[in-house]
Write a protein that binds this ligand. Structure first.
Ligand SMILES: [Zn+2]
Length: 147
C-alpha cells in the first residue's frame, strides 16, 4: 500500500472516530491532505480540494482540520506572521526554518540540537516529552566585494 493510501485511510478513520460525516467534499479534502508533503494552510488545502471536487467551504476545511488535529493525525503549526499550517503527525520528528521574506518552510533535524536539549532538560531534572523549534531565517546575500 502506498504512503498516500495509508494516510488517506488513517485520516478517514480519524474523522469517523471524531463523529464527522465523510461527505464527497470532505473525502476530496482528505485525498489532497494525504498527498501533501509540504506545510499547506487551510486556504491552500481548500484550493487543492476544489481542483478535485468544487464546493468545499473554508469553514468546512477548518472544522475538518480541527477534528483531525484533535484525533492526533495532523499537526498544526502556528508560525509567526502566517496562518496556521498543517502536516502529517506521523512524519519523523523535525524542526522548521521559516524564511521571513518568502514564507517558505524548510525542515531540518539536528542530532546535536536534540542531544543538547535532552542534556539541558536532564540537568534541570526533566525529560523532554516533545518540543517544537522554529528558526526565522533570511537567505544570506552573496558577499559583495568592498571598494
Ligand atoms: Zn514539517
Amino acid at each position: 500500500m502506498s504512503r498516500t493510501v495509508k494516510r488517506a485511510k488513517r485520516l478517514t478513520k480519524a474523522l469517523r472516530a471524531a463523529g464527522v460525516r465523510i461527505t464527497r467534499q470532505r473525502a476530496a479534502l482528505l485525498d489532497v491532505l494525504a498527498e501533501a508533503d509540504d506545510h499547506p494552510d487551510a486556504v491552500e488545502l481548500q484550493r487543492r480540494a476544489e481542483v478535485e471536487l468544487p464546493g468545499i467551504s473554508l469553514s468546512t476545511v477548518y472544522r475538518t482540520l480541527t477534528a483531525l488535529e484533535e484525533q492526533g493525525v495532523i499537526l498544526r503549526h502556528q508560525f509567526e506572521g502566517h496562518p496556521a499550517r498543517f502536516e502529517h503527525a506521523e512524519t519523523e520528528h523535525h524542526d522548521h526554518m521559516i524564511d521571513v521574506d518568502s514564507g517558505e518552510v524548510v525542515e531540518f533535524c539536528s542530532d546535536r540540537i536534540e542531544q543538547i536539549q535532552a542534556e539541558i532538560a536532564a540537568e534541570l531534572g526533566y525529560e523532554i516529552v516533545r518540543h517544537r523549534m522554529e528558526l526565522y531565517v533570511r537567505a544570506k546575500r552573496p558577499e559583495r566585494d568592498v571598494g
